[in-house]
Design a binder for this molecule. Sequence first.
Ligand SMILES: C[S@@+](CC[C@H](N)C(=O)[O-])C[C@H]1O[C@@H](n2cnc3c(N)ncnc32)[C@H](O)[C@@H]1O
Length: 272
Amino acid sequence: MLEPSLLQPHVSLPLDFVRALELDKASLDVEARYKRCATPWQPHLKRTRAVILRSAHLTKKRRKAVIFGAGLLHDIPLAELSELFQTVVLVDVVHSRSCQIQASLFPNVSCLRADVTGTASFLIRARKTGAPLPPIEPDLFKDDESIDLTVSVNLLSQLGCAPAEFLRTSHTPGEIRAFQRHLIESHLTYLRQRPGHSALITDVAWSRRPAPHPQAPTQGRREVLHQVPMPPPDEAWDWLIAPAPESDPHHDLIAHVAAYSDWKESNRILAG
Ligand SMILES: C[S@@+](CC[C@H](N)C(=O)[O-])C[C@H]1O[C@@H](n2cnc3c(N)ncnc32)[C@H](O)[C@@H]1O
């Protein structure tokens, strides 16, 4: 019998915020799609886990590992991380019940319900007043020098989605677009400033492909990082995120994923 308290995530985020932005609904939607698309998602999930493990092995010390976007756990090599690190923190705005149960099986793994963008403090007020959106500076784990690994897992492109929808009635499309871009840039800067080693896995664009023709070229590529410049990835792959007829009866939907097992080093290359 599992100790019920072990199944509660530690909280640094009010549930009101999660509900107001419908982040709980978004998480359920991803979980439902995962159940329908588990087989076509496997190559992507496997490659994501491999990148996380490769970055874990690049660390010099193995005290704390912090994994952002881990609330569904499909793409996280939990047992291996638990072996490698003294503690592992799974951070997300929502943790599925399955994630909480699996986490509770490892004494050194915990779930932390938190918003990596740090916008919870002002978004609800901004919608009420329509006030300009302030610059943000994510500060989660700000003074924690014991972190030796931080990984952002298939989360970056999502950061602006719920806030954009939430602010649709109070702010102009231009303000919202600028804010979405700012959320992405701030997360990338934050990852660069973490102590220890940082890694990033993210979709960068989506496109369609006529189904069922896996060899056909993809069409209609749409960038999803709001024109934020990215360095060349050390690995890239296609994620068959919505095979027909999941979101289109005649087309597969493909997410183009970029992986950086050493985000700080990739940025040094970009800086030149
Ligand atoms: C596409 S899912 C990532 C895939 C997931 N790792 C899996 O196992 O399938 C994006 C994750 O980011 C989380 N998320 C979205 N916005 C967030 C935020 N501001 N802070 C923390 N987590 C967030 C969502 O709850 C969701 O679990």
